[in-house]
Design a binder for this molecule. Structure first.
Ligand code: AMP
Ligand code: MG
Length: 421
């Protein structure tokens, strides 16, 4: 049995960052940039107004107040998207909308609320003149050319992840596509003679294959492209054939068939068609997980064999498949987000493995607390649905007692889910 860290190191040592592809920017969400992005333009392209108001010379507002407004002659109007035709000369103002380029001569913008525009309108006076209620400094309510992004600047660095803000930045630079590291295609194969598809009726002794779906959903969640191969039966030739269908993928994930039972043949296929790099990991659940490389000509396709029990396969996926997928996508932070929490129940460690206990994390009095979900059996998939975290109980300990501080890997890192209880 090897440690979780050793297993992870071996697995990560066998997967590489993938090649890149050029894609429409919206399709790049969550992917990693494979190019440095420089700006060829200034954003904004011109000095412009940050408010709806009047573009003025600062000097013309000196001493202005509500009691003693400064009267200015309005010589024009500019909407966002058009260019000013007039200039602001001493004693004049130009009515401007948010985003409108700042007219020549203007130094600041006085917002409508600081003028008598509303009074004039209610009196049905025209807007050929305006009273300014306050004294303004140069630059007030002016957005300067290039203040967000200057032409020539390195705006997004190769290796950064594209979130909504970065996608928007690409658009603001006039880029409709970007070069990103491609998403890994991960083939998913459930194994077991007892399995039938989710859309098939059950006959005696059979169960629905849920692992294909949880695993495929996890792959999607972390940015990969799942390719569901279906159900492989527990025989070496049939399984070998099925695995062959997945060898175009960047990685294969099987579930089931890795324990010590008579029909657990995934390891045998791994041995026959490639090499087994590891089997059995010091963790609970997830111990019988296996990893190896399947040969396809010159190529070696990584195969992660997860245990069949639904909770075991999910927990092992989080520890090994998730970081492998993230590495292939070019992500640098592969660790699951973790917090420290006070555990609210005892967890006994009877055989020295690292336990991943399903917990519900809440926040109380500024402190995280982790409550165990009900029964912790590795077949109880509803415990994963109930949980928002996995409490990590260290190996080679007797376990933890209620009140101890434990590390919790957050399955869902959403503040919404962590309301005070
Ligand atoms: P195995 O690892 O093949 O011995 O399977 C362990 C347990 O997990 C058995 O009770 C299986 O029926 C169950 N199991 C295996 N594969 C799946 C699957 N794809 N969906 C749901 N349960 C499964
Ligand atoms: Mg089985």
């Amino acid at each position: 049995m090897i440690s979780v860290e050793e297993a992870l190191e071996k697995i990560l040592g066998c997967v590489d960052v993938l090649g890149h592809e050029k894609k429409p920017i919206l399709d790049c969400l969550g992917q990693v940039l494979a190019e440095d992005v420089y700006s060829t333009i200034d954003v904004p392209p011109l000095d412009n107004s940050a408010m709806d108001g009047y573009a003025v010379r600062a000097e013309d507002t000196r001493g202005a107040s509500k009691l003693h407004p400064r009267q200015l002659v309005v010589v024009g109007e500019v909407a966002a998207g058009s260019m000013p035709k007039e200039e602001v000369k001493p004693g004049t103002a130009i009515r401007v909308m948010t985003g409108a380029p700042l007219p020549q001569g203007a130094e600041a913008v006085v917002q409508f609320e600081d003028t008598n525009e509303a009074n004039r309108k209610s009196r049905q006076d025209d807007l050929s003149q305006i009273g300014v209620f306050c004294q303004v400094e140069k630059g007030l309510n002016v957005r300067h050319k290039g203040e967000d992004i200057a032409a020539g600047a390195l705006v997004l660095k190769k290796g950064s992840s594209l979130r909504p803000a970065e996608v928007g930045i690409l658009a603001s630079l006039g880029r409709s596509s970007a070069l990103v590291i491609r998403r890994p295609v991960v083939a998913v194969l459930a194994t077991g003679d007892e399995l039938v598809g989710a859309d098939q009726p059950l006959s005696p002794g059979k169960i629905h294959d849920s692992n294909s779906y949880t695993i495929a959903a996890e792959i999607l969640r972390y940015g990969g492209v799942p390719k569901i191969l279906g159900i492989g039966l527990d025989s070496i030739p049939l399984l070998t054939e099925k695995i062959g269908e997945g060898l175009d993928a960047d990685m294969l994930i099987t579930s089931g068939g890795v324990s010590l039972g008579d029909y657990d043949v995934v390891k045998d296929v791994l041995r026959e068609c490639g090499e087994i790099a590891l089997w059995t990991i010091c963790m609970k659940p997830g111990k019988p997980s296996a990893f190896g490389l399947i040969k396809k000509g010159e190529k070696r396709v990584p195969l992660l064999g997860l245990p069949g029990n639904p909770v075991s396969s999910m927990v092992a996926f989080e520890q090994f498949a998730r970081p492998a997928i993230l590495k292939m996508m070019g992500k640098r932070n592969l660790a699951k987000p973790s917090i420290q929490a006070i555990i609210e129940g005892d967890v006994k460690n009877t055989d020295g493995r690292r336990i991943f206990a399903r917990v519900i994390v809440t926040r109380r009095g500024g402190q995280y607390r982790a409550r165990l979900t009900g029964p912790q059996g590795s077949g109880i998939l509803t415990s994963m649905a109930e949980a928002n975290g996995l409490a990590v109980i260290p190996e080679r300990t007797e376990g933890v007692k209620a009140g101890d501080v434990v590390q919790v890997q957050m399955l869902d890192w959403s503040e919404d889910e962590l309301l005070e209880d």
